[in-house]
Write a protein that binds this ligand. Sequence first.
Ligand code: SF4
Length: 541
Amino acid sequence: MAEHEHTKTDGLGEMATAALGQPSDHAPRLTPGWAAPARHERMAAHKIECNACPVLCQISDGKVGACDRYANQGGALVRVDPVLLLRRHLDGDTSVLDGGLVPFLASAGPDTPSGPTEAAVFVTAVGASTTYPDYKPAPFIVSSVVDGVDMVTVVTEGIFSYCSLKVKIDTDRWLGPEQANVRCEGEVVGHVSTAEYGSQMLSLGGVHHITGGSKKEGRSTVAMMLALGNQQAVDLHIDGGAQVRVQAGQPPVVNGVPEARMRVGCGSATIGIFAQQLAGEADEVVVVDDHITGVLTEHQAGRCLAMRPSGLKIRGRKSTPGRYFQVASPGTGWGGTDLVDPLAIVERWDAGLAWPGQRLLMVSTTGEHAAWFVLDQALQPQPARMPAAVRSIVERIGENCEPSLCSVLFVGGAGGSLRAGVTENPVQLTRAIKQGRVNVTCGGAPAYVWPGGGITVMVDVLRMPANSFGSVPTPAIVAPIEFSLRLADYQTLGGHMAYVRPLAQVLASGSWHPDGAPTARRFVAAADGNPWPLGQAPMLG
Ligand code: SF4
């Protein structure tokens, strides 16, 4: 942790223009009412106070604040990380994406867009600084022309106390009971949520863990969210369940075993998908699944194929013909059950229907487990060598499984500081978003905005630039967010028009903020598959 001290401030001081020194030609002058942070009267002369979050670090020259994001550089408060700018390739664009750091106050270099290439650059909020304590405009309010339309993008790093991660883990294996606590380094940081099709779901973080528990719980929660958001691996323990290693875009590791296959479907669906191929090769097929186990000859698929009833009776609760719930307990064995021996779910064979020599395939929903049996004269299943034709169908079940992955979606509520940084009348922003007049992105990645009140956004961390997230020790998560809309709409909703600056000017001078001014910018290529943030319908419609 960086060297720092914390001291509460007792108010706001002289006008920000004094802190700015000599503003650049391009930087707008501050209007009365927006003030720079005051120097605390008890603060040592060689320190400056950062007010970019409520911690209010007092930072000595050459040191960074508690979050490692701001530093005292020769008496000026600077944002340590560069601002990330996305660049896309347009026809006729011969400029080079250099990827290196370029100071904002340098003269316009070859990577500075002008003319048509203005449409190829997007300023993200990664490294941009914040609007905290809520009364000042966003650090970047950037105008550009896209397809002949004047657009504006309002860019800020949000400080999120209300935020969580929704984690989807592609596995049949049972990770723990719903509502069970999920722990990280011993602290409760979330819970098991409802399972989805082929996936177990975790809900991690959230304001109750960040603010509602002990200080250690809050810090552990934010540290876990920061790591997962930045696409790093985190080890989690589920009470009464499994140990699981989670990393966005990587296979989950359950109890030390990497998961490979996401099932092709539930047991009933697997029966239906492969019924025709199996019908001629086996007399009965059981697809073992913790949720819905399928029995082919009894299942509607087997009936449609006019298969002879096998007489097999399995344990569990019958839902509909050939579909059984609760055949075993959940676990990490066959089909997400605790089964090691699949015959444990066989209750009996109906002697009036079964026959010696009957061929039985038992297989899991991933094809990972499979066994072949033949009934003897006493109608007892005897293990036998699986025929090649049956083996190839089992392999096809496996082939139809997708790779198991962990997906991590960040959910955050854009509160006061964010919205006030966009407009003097924040409800107008909320309404404009709901009307589809504002495109919301996080680090340039598309964000889903939840219906209903407020601005609750959800974004896939893998679509965001690497290391998009930060944290502050309040504790809270810092995440980038951008609002793009027509310039005319921005004016209508009460935007901070005096702070709108053309992209070229922004690239030359950086943020207007007197505190937390970014020192450098870095271009990265826009991610493949992400829509370009500007010019999205219905903004331009
Ligand atoms: S943003 Fe970072 S440096 Fe600034 S007050 Fe908060 S913790 Fe300290």
